[in-house]
Design a protein around this ligand. Sequence first.
Ligand code: G3P
Ligand code: MG
Length: 252
Amino acid sequence: RTHLMNKPMPSLIGHRGLPDLAPENTKSSVVTAAKHGIRWVEIDVTMAGDGSLVIMHDPDLRLFGQAETRLVDIGKSELSSIDAGSWFDSNFTGEPLLFLPELLDLVIGHNLGLNLEIKINPDIDMSLQVKAVYQCLSDFHITAENLLISSFDMAALVELRKLDQNIQIGALAQKIPDQTPSELAFIAPVSIHCDQEHLTQEQAAQLKEQYPLYCYTVNSAEKFAQLLSWGVSGIFCDRAHAEDMIAVLTHS
Ligand code: G3P
Ligand code: MG
């Protein structure tokens, strides 16, 4: 198998949608990204106690001021009554949480590429979560080239690769490890994603020979330009619509 992406992700990817303008990981965030001409979004998915796949970053309700409520203890009915918008801005009061099927409908409808990041809920069996996400993806006609799955959980990516030889996988790490993880050859990722904070120019130079490299979360145009000059292929950005970010692309 080659490590080539079918169609590379763009250099500027909306992180959790477009969270500078709309509450992260919601329909408004995705639609706003599309409206601003953003071509790919990175979105987090995790599992609740009843097995439903909800578009959220955390395994609890901390974002909504209820940090003590764990997702494992609730299900779709409780999640459906959450106001996922007013913490961000009163204009978004009543914004509902999305579930994975709705998200897939949305990205297909807006012709967006999707980097779906699986946030393994530590309170639920890992393999069950990977299988459920994969089953849901299989039910949708999302073209393989418009979909890339990533996770910090290497074991989850191994599970996913066992389920599908062809799906595009991005290996996600906060910090690029000194030694290549033993699972990486089996996972055969099309890209590596890492935190820009820890990436050195030397690491970028080495890695880019093997894999396209994407960094999160980059919100400054200067950092974006620097990373591109290091050979980084792209960034996850909270303000991917901003003129100074777009200007980096036209000048690079
Ligand atoms: O997938 C890149 C990035 O989103 C990973 O970190 O915490 O923003 O999901 P986080
Ligand atoms: Mg993420």
